[in-house]
Write a protein that binds this ligand. Sequence first.
Ligand code: AMP
Length: 434
Amino acid sequence: MPKESKNKNNLFQSPKGMRDFLGEKFYEKQGFYTRAESIAGYYGFSGIETPIVEHAEVFTKGVGEHTDIVEKEMYDLHTRGGDHLVMRPEGTAGVMRSYIEHGMSSLPQPIMLYYGGPFFRHDKPQKGRYRQLYQFGLEIIGSQKPEYDVLIIQTGFRILKETGRNIVVKINSLGDSETRKNYLKKLINYYQKHENEISKKDRGRLSTNPLRVLDSKEPETKEVNKNAPTCLETLNTSSKAHFDMVIKGLSEAGINYEIDHTLVRGLDYYSHTVFEFIVYDENGQPSHALGGGGRYDGLARAMGYNKDIPAVGLGIGVDRTIESAKKKVFIPQNKQHPDFYFIQTGEELNNASFHLREILYQNNAKVVFAPQKGSIGQGLGIAENLKIPFVLILGKDEAQDKTITLRNMNNREQQTLTFDEFDNYLKLMKKNPA
Ligand code: AMP
């Protein structure tokens, strides 16, 4: 018997930080993915789906042990078979695992992929922060060219512009590994001189993940950070050329960007370009990040692969993007408004009704099926409320004669048709939609 949860939980409440998508919310999310996939398709990406769980090392080695999402927020699973799996906290490492597993490096490079779905972080739930969050990701694997950094940012920017909001790209460069080594030295040196001025929490981070001190939210550290050495001034020649090319590309593509020296992103695997998409509020003030990403040339090796695989990617927060969108931009095309409300008045009519449902389906007609205990009038009232244009009535008489009564809810006209006549009627309707 599996052990029960140690917390007293209400069975009829979804787990903390996780939620149901009902009604419009379901369709908005679907609409976002439909639109995002279509835009990614225009820019040359194709889809991939990887498992929701991966071996723990995919993230501990790839993302880095001293990052929040690995150190504190991973959902661990020790399976009955003895495997240590985790529920994916982010998408990049799993896609890289898949690229290596399937030998995608032997295909023409780079490989450009998009994906979407749920991710899991055992974070403190609050407004806009969920434990089951949804992301839409893009990865370009197999090229170190800065043109692909631009392409990733451009595609993400176009997807986020669908919200109708002002989006600005914050951008920085962490350079290549040589630059990063030099920069870390400078940075640690600087912080050691100001050790007593930064917060206690950040002092702890100095030995494990000093870059994180740079994007600290602690007020005293923020003050010290104002004069911290910047990575951009430490870039070696090739890293600087890479960054300059990206910035130039963004200008050419008409993308609003701002250089932010404190932007490092939380994860260990980034190199060169790092960026975040910031949404501005109604008052023209920067509000919060809708997504972010960067180049991760060192990820494959960090995961234990024997070669470097250059790559760049991004993750868009779907929950926050939908919440930030101006009303109803993501209702999908395929939300189905029914054409018919089908009232059936008794169980003995089931066979006729099964037959009719197939006629409707074969003709692409969308139907709400309503076996009726109450009066037909009640059914008509519901159809009217739901704004369904036609009602089908299958009563005892109709079933006996193999007919169906069709009522037009606009002019209230009714006609009785045989099943064949109804089939023809639907075919005509399909050819000449109203
Ligand atoms: P990250 O993978 O941390 O860079 O996150 C990319 C984007 O996902 C962020 O900019 C947020 O919009 C979104 N995001 C990250 N964590 C959460 C969360 N716990 N709940 C909802 N959205 C999140």
